[in-house]
Design a protein around this ligand. Structure first.
Ligand SMILES: Nc1ncnc2c1ncn2[C@@H]1O[C@H](COP(=O)(O)OP(=O)(O)OP(=O)(O)O)[C@@H](O)[C@H]1O
Length: 222
């Protein structure tokens, strides 16, 4: 089953002389419950594609279908609700909140949406990600790998349908990278989520179920 599709998706930045065609008629389909990697050279349009699929960036033409519904025409308010409820995000810079502890960093997306925190589920995630003895720590007391594991826990806490990850291991050494990717895969498998991840790294791209190659704003192969 396909959870997300793009139809002739194009994105152009700027106007006139400074116009950049970042995406040119992209047609891709993302399989539900699978791990899809997006690989390509710097500037090829990977981040733009991810942002357009996740409703973080407006598109110039085409469609983005989530469960066959076009999300590119939604209002900013509806889009932000959709992102909060259905999507999880992990970025290269962990984007943790420095003044609250690990537990609060993880549970904040749920409390922001004024839903009750499912404590059993939160502790299950914390356990899997090996953060049990870290929940009272603050982000600056953690290593990079530990901080990224907190960011993964935070992305999972809403039980999102899709997790969008933009170079999540870009700031980590190769051993920690393997650990983090393995944990991410484990969580996705365990909770049946769909993972879409950008990477520069061929080895990581190969760990995915599906690999999409992007070059010069176009999809080379899926
Ligand atoms: N906000 C923006 N304004 C203007 N041009 C942009 C903007 N964001 C990206 N671009 C341009 O769009 C093209 C695609 O950029 P994008 O960031 O999607 O590539 P990428 O494959 O993710 O690169 P990297 O691997 O270096 O992060 C590039 O030519 C970039 O310069």
């Amino acid at each position: 089953m396909k959870i997300l599709k793009t139809i002739d998706l194009s994105k152009t930045y700027g106007k006139g002389e400074s116009k950049v065609k970042a995406l040119k008629n992209i047609n891709i389909e993302i399989e539900k419950g699978k791990f899809t990697s997006i690989i390509g050279p710097s500037g090829s349009g990977k981040s733009t594609l991810l942002h357009c699929m996740a409703g973080l960036d407006d598109i110039t033409s085409g469609k983005v279908l989530l469960d066959d519904k076009d999300i590119s025409t939604l209002s900013e308010e509806k889009l932000s609700q959709l992102r909060r409820r259905k999507f999880g995000f992990i970025f290269q810079s962990f984007n943790l909140i420095p003044v609250v502890d690990v537990y609060e960093n993880i549970t904040l997306p749920v409390s922001l949406d004024s839903k009750n925190v499912d404590k059993n589920y939160v502790y299950e995630i914390i356990e899997i990600l090996g953060l049990k003895d870290k929940i009272k720590k603050f982000p600056n007391e953690l290593s990079g790998g530990q901080q990224q594991r907190v960011a993964i826990a935070r992305a999972l806490v809403n039980k999102p349908d899709i997790i969008f990850a933009d170079e999540p291991t870009g700031n980590l050494d190769s051993k920690t990278t393997q650990e983090v990717i393995n944990l991410l895969k484990l969580c996705v498998e365990k909770f049946g989520q769909t993972l879409i991840m950008i990477t520069h790294n061929n080895e990581i791209a190969k760990m995915a179920d599906v690999c999409i190659k992007v070059q010069d704003g176009k999809v080379l192969e899926q």
